[in-house]
Design a protein around this ligand. Structure first.
Ligand SMILES: Cc1cc2nc3c(=O)[nH]c(=O)nc-3n(C[C@H](O)[C@H](O)[C@H](O)COP(=O)(O)O)c2cc1C
Length: 155
Protein backbone atom coordinates (compact mmCIF):
# COMPACT_ATOMS: atom_id res chain seq x y z
CA UNK A 1 0.00 0.00 0.00
CA UNK A 2 2.82 2.30 0.98
CA UNK A 3 4.64 1.53 -2.27
CA UNK A 4 1.48 2.10 -4.30
CA UNK A 5 1.10 5.52 -2.72
CA UNK A 6 4.70 6.35 -3.59
CA UNK A 7 4.16 5.37 -7.26
CA UNK A 8 0.91 7.26 -7.62
CA UNK A 9 2.21 10.75 -8.54
CA UNK A 10 4.51 9.31 -11.22
CA UNK A 11 1.73 7.14 -12.64
CA UNK A 12 -0.68 10.03 -12.73
CA UNK A 13 1.83 12.22 -14.49
CA UNK A 14 2.57 9.54 -17.10
CA UNK A 15 -1.14 8.93 -17.71
CA UNK A 16 -1.72 12.64 -18.21
CA UNK A 17 1.07 12.86 -20.74
CA UNK A 18 -0.24 9.86 -22.68
CA UNK A 19 -3.77 11.27 -22.58
CA UNK A 20 -2.57 14.60 -23.92
CA UNK A 21 -0.67 12.88 -26.73
CA UNK A 22 -3.56 10.68 -27.80
CA UNK A 23 -6.32 13.26 -27.36
CA UNK A 24 -4.47 16.10 -29.02
CA UNK A 25 -6.72 17.58 -31.66
CA UNK A 26 -5.39 18.43 -35.10
CA UNK A 27 -4.10 21.94 -34.68
CA UNK A 28 -2.90 22.86 -38.17
CA UNK A 29 0.69 21.98 -37.38
CA UNK A 30 2.31 20.18 -40.28
CA UNK A 31 3.48 16.70 -39.40
CA UNK A 32 7.08 17.44 -40.26
CA UNK A 33 7.35 20.67 -38.35
CA UNK A 34 8.76 18.80 -35.39
CA UNK A 35 11.45 16.20 -35.63
CA UNK A 36 13.60 14.20 -33.26
CA UNK A 37 17.25 14.65 -34.21
CA UNK A 38 19.27 11.69 -35.43
CA UNK A 39 21.39 10.30 -32.60
CA UNK A 40 24.00 7.57 -32.97
CA UNK A 41 23.37 4.57 -30.73
CA UNK A 42 20.05 6.07 -29.61
CA UNK A 43 17.55 6.51 -32.44
CA UNK A 44 17.65 2.87 -33.49
CA UNK A 45 14.51 1.02 -34.53
CA UNK A 46 13.62 0.05 -30.97
CA UNK A 47 13.87 3.63 -29.75
CA UNK A 48 11.82 4.85 -32.73
CA UNK A 49 9.11 2.31 -32.02
CA UNK A 50 8.98 3.61 -28.47
CA UNK A 51 8.84 7.21 -29.74
CA UNK A 52 5.85 6.29 -31.89
CA UNK A 53 4.00 5.13 -28.81
CA UNK A 54 4.32 8.71 -27.59
CA UNK A 55 3.41 10.59 -30.74
CA UNK A 56 2.67 10.28 -34.45
CA UNK A 57 3.29 13.97 -34.87
CA UNK A 58 7.01 14.14 -35.31
CA UNK A 59 9.41 13.16 -38.02
CA UNK A 60 11.88 10.56 -36.81
CA UNK A 61 15.44 10.03 -38.04
CA UNK A 62 17.55 6.90 -38.08
CA UNK A 63 20.98 6.98 -36.53
CA UNK A 64 23.62 8.00 -39.06
CA UNK A 65 24.37 4.93 -41.19
CA UNK A 66 27.57 4.93 -43.22
CA UNK A 67 27.37 4.40 -46.97
CA UNK A 68 29.62 1.32 -46.79
CA UNK A 69 27.57 -0.15 -43.98
CA UNK A 70 24.49 0.09 -46.19
CA UNK A 71 26.21 -1.30 -49.27
CA UNK A 72 28.52 -3.92 -47.75
CA UNK A 73 26.64 -5.10 -44.70
CA UNK A 74 27.25 -8.80 -44.42
CA UNK A 75 23.60 -9.51 -43.66
CA UNK A 76 22.49 -7.48 -46.65
CA UNK A 77 21.08 -3.97 -46.68
CA UNK A 78 17.66 -5.13 -45.58
CA UNK A 79 18.92 -5.74 -42.02
CA UNK A 80 20.67 -2.44 -41.53
CA UNK A 81 17.86 -0.41 -43.11
CA UNK A 82 15.08 -2.44 -41.55
CA UNK A 83 12.23 -0.57 -39.86
CA UNK A 84 8.57 -0.96 -38.95
CA UNK A 85 5.92 0.79 -41.08
CA UNK A 86 4.57 2.54 -37.96
CA UNK A 87 7.85 4.48 -37.72
CA UNK A 88 6.93 6.75 -40.64
CA UNK A 89 7.50 9.62 -41.20
CA UNK A 90 11.03 8.35 -41.17
CA UNK A 91 14.22 9.84 -42.57
CA UNK A 92 17.33 7.80 -43.30
CA UNK A 93 20.45 9.68 -42.34
CA UNK A 94 23.49 8.66 -44.34
CA UNK A 95 27.14 9.24 -43.55
CA UNK A 96 29.66 9.30 -46.36
CA UNK A 97 31.34 11.37 -49.03
CA UNK A 98 31.16 9.28 -52.18
CA UNK A 99 28.53 10.59 -54.62
CA UNK A 100 28.17 7.28 -56.44
CA UNK A 101 27.85 5.18 -53.29
CA UNK A 102 25.46 7.65 -51.68
CA UNK A 103 23.29 7.55 -54.79
CA UNK A 104 23.11 3.75 -54.53
CA UNK A 105 22.16 4.07 -50.86
CA UNK A 106 19.43 6.56 -51.77
CA UNK A 107 18.00 4.11 -54.31
CA UNK A 108 17.89 1.38 -51.66
CA UNK A 109 16.27 3.79 -49.20
CA UNK A 110 13.61 4.66 -51.74
CA UNK A 111 12.96 0.99 -52.47
CA UNK A 112 12.60 0.37 -48.73
CA UNK A 113 9.99 3.14 -48.47
CA UNK A 114 11.90 5.74 -46.46
CA UNK A 115 10.24 9.15 -46.62
CA UNK A 116 13.46 11.11 -46.99
CA UNK A 117 17.20 10.73 -47.17
CA UNK A 118 19.47 13.08 -45.25
CA UNK A 119 23.25 13.51 -45.54
CA UNK A 120 25.18 14.07 -42.32
CA UNK A 121 27.34 17.19 -42.60
CA UNK A 122 27.58 17.83 -38.89
CA UNK A 123 29.04 14.92 -36.93
CA UNK A 124 32.35 16.07 -35.40
CA UNK A 125 33.61 12.78 -33.88
CA UNK A 126 37.25 11.82 -34.47
CA UNK A 127 36.24 8.52 -36.09
CA UNK A 128 34.16 10.41 -38.59
CA UNK A 129 37.00 12.89 -39.23
CA UNK A 130 39.28 9.98 -40.13
CA UNK A 131 36.74 8.89 -42.71
CA UNK A 132 36.41 12.41 -44.13
CA UNK A 133 32.66 12.69 -43.76
CA UNK A 134 30.24 14.30 -41.32
CA UNK A 135 31.39 17.76 -40.15
CA UNK A 136 34.53 17.57 -42.33
CA UNK A 137 32.28 18.03 -45.34
CA UNK A 138 31.59 21.59 -44.23
CA UNK A 139 35.07 22.36 -45.54
CA UNK A 140 34.22 20.81 -48.93
CA UNK A 141 30.99 22.40 -50.13
CA UNK A 142 31.64 21.30 -53.71
CA UNK A 143 31.82 17.68 -52.57
CA UNK A 144 28.55 18.09 -50.65
CA UNK A 145 26.94 19.53 -53.78
CA UNK A 146 28.19 16.55 -55.82
CA UNK A 147 26.82 14.10 -53.25
CA UNK A 148 23.43 15.82 -53.12
CA UNK A 149 23.22 16.11 -56.90
CA UNK A 150 24.09 12.46 -57.35
CA UNK A 151 21.44 11.34 -54.83
CA UNK A 152 18.81 13.63 -56.33
CA UNK A 153 19.51 12.31 -59.81
CA UNK A 154 19.13 8.74 -58.61
CA UNK A 155 15.77 9.01 -56.82
C1 LIG B 1 24.22 10.95 -28.45
C2 LIG B 1 24.09 11.82 -29.67
C3 LIG B 1 24.24 11.26 -30.91
C4 LIG B 1 24.12 12.05 -32.06
N1 LIG B 1 24.21 11.46 -33.28
C5 LIG B 1 23.97 12.22 -34.38
C6 LIG B 1 23.90 11.61 -35.67
O1 LIG B 1 24.06 10.40 -35.86
N2 LIG B 1 23.66 12.44 -36.74
C7 LIG B 1 23.45 13.80 -36.59
O2 LIG B 1 23.21 14.49 -37.59
N3 LIG B 1 23.48 14.36 -35.38
C8 LIG B 1 23.73 13.61 -34.28
N4 LIG B 1 23.71 14.19 -33.06
C9 LIG B 1 23.37 15.61 -32.94
C10 LIG B 1 21.88 15.74 -32.72
O3 LIG B 1 21.19 15.25 -33.87
C11 LIG B 1 21.43 17.19 -32.49
O4 LIG B 1 21.71 17.95 -33.62
C12 LIG B 1 22.15 17.79 -31.34
O5 LIG B 1 21.96 16.98 -30.23
C13 LIG B 1 21.60 19.22 -31.04
O6 LIG B 1 20.23 19.12 -30.79
P1 LIG B 1 19.41 20.39 -30.32
O7 LIG B 1 19.56 21.42 -31.40
O8 LIG B 1 18.00 19.91 -30.20
O9 LIG B 1 19.99 20.82 -29.03
C14 LIG B 1 23.85 13.44 -31.93
C15 LIG B 1 23.70 13.98 -30.65
C16 LIG B 1 23.82 13.21 -29.54
C17 LIG B 1 23.63 13.84 -28.18
Amino acid sequence: MEQKDKMAPKDTCFRQVMKTVYNAKPCGIELDRYSVAPMLEITNKYWRFFARLLTRRATLYTEMIHQDCVLNHKDGYLKVLDYEPCESKLVLQLGGNDPEKLARCAVLAEEMGYDEVNLNVGCPSSRVQDGQFGACLMASPERVAQCMHSMQQAV
